[in-house]
Design a protein around this ligand. Structure first.
Ligand code: ACO
Length: 283
């Protein structure tokens, strides 16, 4: 992705790590105008990623990053665009408290690092940039791909994980996160907390980024709320709907697990999302 300013001035490294501070280099810390440009880059990347996944609104933006404890790995090609550099893509990860089903259908409380958003510019996909970026993140976080949870991965991401890391078998979940076989086996027992039926105060699993966006859209008063597309309405989430990106969605039966009935900072107990079935991409 090209920008009307020098990308190399903003990002000194081939892969920069950004967090809440939006600081990509010593320079950008000192110069506020550079931070404005970094914010523009993040906003454009977020929009492009949302478009690629057919999301109603971006789940990545400068303002969101400033308020979330996520880390964003941004990759550039410093030589393109007559030496001004282009942005190749980004990968956003963060920890989420989740209630996942293990192989035996037992709810386990975990707080894994999750892949939340991942995007490589259209014209640069399938050139090996994705794997370079992903491997960088794995090394930086000192984690294996099987120990990550994936927030409603697209078919492209599923193909990517199968191709590069041989991750093929996922354990079915009632939320939109995907965990692969060995996610539970490889995790230290101390990191796994079985959820007992008597745990009345169990918080719902973290609301995934994509549904937060949908909820934000719904709670905005007219005329600020963008009209919901037919496939983003709650009712249509329970039925066959067009999918994000090129990935088809598999519709799960409506599930409202009692374990999820509780209060949450992120999700109202009466949220329609709680009552609605969860849709997820097929493998
Ligand atoms: N169709 C099917 N598989 C694909 C495609 C595609 N169009 N593009 C990439 N892949 C998979 C394949 O396994 C491919 O291997 P192959 O060419 O031998 O079949 C492999 O990825 C290529 O690996 P890289 O070149 O390293 O990956 P790339 O640079 O293309 O990045 C990514 C992968 C990020 C998924 C990219 O394709 C992309 O941005 N897609 C659009 C946005 C998207 O779907 N992001 C994931 C959202 S879900 C989430 O973030 C939790």
């Amino acid at each position: 992705m090209e920008f009307p300013f020098d990308i190399n001035q903003l990002f000194s490294e081939r892969i920069s790590i950004l967090d809440q501070n939006l600081i990509a280099s010593r320079q950008s810390k000192e110069k506020p105008d550079l931070r404005v440009k970094i914010a523009t880059v993040l906003d454009e990347l977020g929009k492009a990623s949302a478009k690629a996944q057919d999301l109603p609104a971006p789940i990545t933006s400068a303002s969101k990053l400033q308020f979330q404890k996520h880390q964003l790995y941004l990759m550039k090609d410093g030589e393109s665009s007559r030496g001004r550099g282009v942005v190749v893509g980004f990968l956003k990860v963060g920890y989420k408290k989740l209630f996942l089903l293990d192989r035996n259908g037992v709810h386990i409380e975990v707080e894994p690092l999750c892949v939340l958003d991942f995007y490589i510019a259209e014209n640069l996909q399938r050139h090996g940039y994705g794997i370079e970026l992903f491997n960088f993140m794995l090394q930086h976080q000192n984690v294996e791909p099987v120990l990550l949870a994936y927030d409603r991965p697209s078919t492209k991401l599923l193909a990517f994980l199968a191709r590069h890391y041989n991750l093929r078998q996922s354990v079915p979940q009632v939320n939109n996160f995907v965990a692969f076989e060995d996610f539970f086996h490889k995790r230290a027992v101390s990191q796994l907390r079985r959820v007992k039926k008597s745990d009345g105060d169990i918080k719902p699993y973290s609301l995934m980024e994509r549904e937060e966006v949908r909820q934000e859209q719904r709670t905005l008063p007219w005329p600020f709320a963008a009209p919901l597309s037919p496939h983003s309405s709650v009712s249509s989430q329970c039925s066959q709907s067009p999918s994000a990106g090129s990935s088809p969605r598999r519709v799960l039966p409506c599930v409202t697990h009692p374990a999820f009935a509780g209060d949450s900072r992120e999700q109202s107990p009466h949220s329609p999302l709680m009552d609605c079935c969860r849709t997820r991409r097929s493998k």
